[in-house]
Design a protein. Structure first.
Length: 136
């Protein structure tokens, strides 16, 4: 794996770690988002996920290479391209899977952050209502 591929892999791992931490904060109620903003962000992440899933389907087809000829060197080149597309840590398929993991975490985080804000608002409204009516 080249230095740039290692760097890209490290960046993707850092993104996953960052979004896992943000998701945990949303689960704990520490990260909150306005419902409209959070919904828009979650919808966008879901749209990105759909596009990445489509790209992943197409990338799987890249293992079927043709047009290289019958020479041994051509066959070796065809196999190398097929592997780059579908096998190995830095293959197109694995990179797409990593991206899907990130946008899935993003969507889940946004949805949790909205839920916690809505839950918090409902709890505060309930407490306020009890205070106004004199209930304990």
């Amino acid at each position: 794996m080249s230095e740039s591929e290692q760097s890209e892999n490290a960046q993707m791992e850092a993104a996953v770690t960052r979004w896992q931490a943000l998701k945990k904060q949303a689960e704990d109620g520490e990260l909150r988002l306005d419902e409209q903003i959070g919904t828009a962000l979650a919808n966008h992440a879901d749209q990105m996920r759909t596009k990445l899933d489509t790209m992943l389907d197409f990338a799987g087809d890249l293992k079927h290479q043709a047009g290289f000829g019958t020479l041994k060197s051509a066959e070796a080149l065809r196999d190398k391209f097929a592997k780059k597309a579908t096998a190995g840590d830095d293959s197109a398929v694995n990179r797409l899977k990593q991206s899907i993991e990130v946008v899935t975490l993003m969507s889940e985080t946004y949805k949790l952050a909205i839920g916690k804000l809505t839950e918090s608002d409902q709890s505060a409204a309930s407490q306020y209502s009890k205070l106004n009516t004199g209930d304990s």
